[in-house]
Design a protein around this ligand. Structure first.
Ligand code: SF4
Ligand code: SF4
Length: 97
């Protein structure tokens, strides 16, 4: 029996994410982002949490995979991003093995 091959979107859709409405685990300083020309976070985040819209970068931590990629690719990460893991009981639960 052949196994069905799932797309990235289908695999991501299997995950469960418990949103912490009281405390975001990643905070963005949008003032810093205004001076960022290349905005690599918008292309590198596998969950599409960063979006360039109307001349600025918007961020939504819901759906974050906690991979840390944005922190690595950001040229201003020491100022632009405050990155932590979510509090206990919140965040991503991977469900594809
Ligand atoms: S790469 Fe860093 S500074 Fe540039 S837009 Fe993204 S979060 Fe902001
Ligand atoms: S940690 Fe990974 S999934 Fe979460 S916002 Fe950063 S790049 Fe995206």
């Amino acid at each position: 029996m052949a196994l069905k091959r799932l797309s990235i979107e289908q695999l991501l859709g299997l995950n469960k994410f418990v949103v912490d409405d009281e405390e975001a685990h990643i905070l963005l300083d949008k003032e810093c982002c205004r001076s960022c020309i290349t905005r690599p976070c918008t292309a590198a985040c596998p969950a599409g949490c960063y979006k360039a819209e109307k001349g600025e970068v918007n961020f939504d931590y819901a759906g974050c995979l906690e991979c840390g990629t944005c922190r690595v690719v950001c040229p201003l990460s020491d100022r632009a991003i405050v990155w932590r893991y979510p509090r206990g009981g919140f965040g991503i639960q991977f469900r594809y093995g």
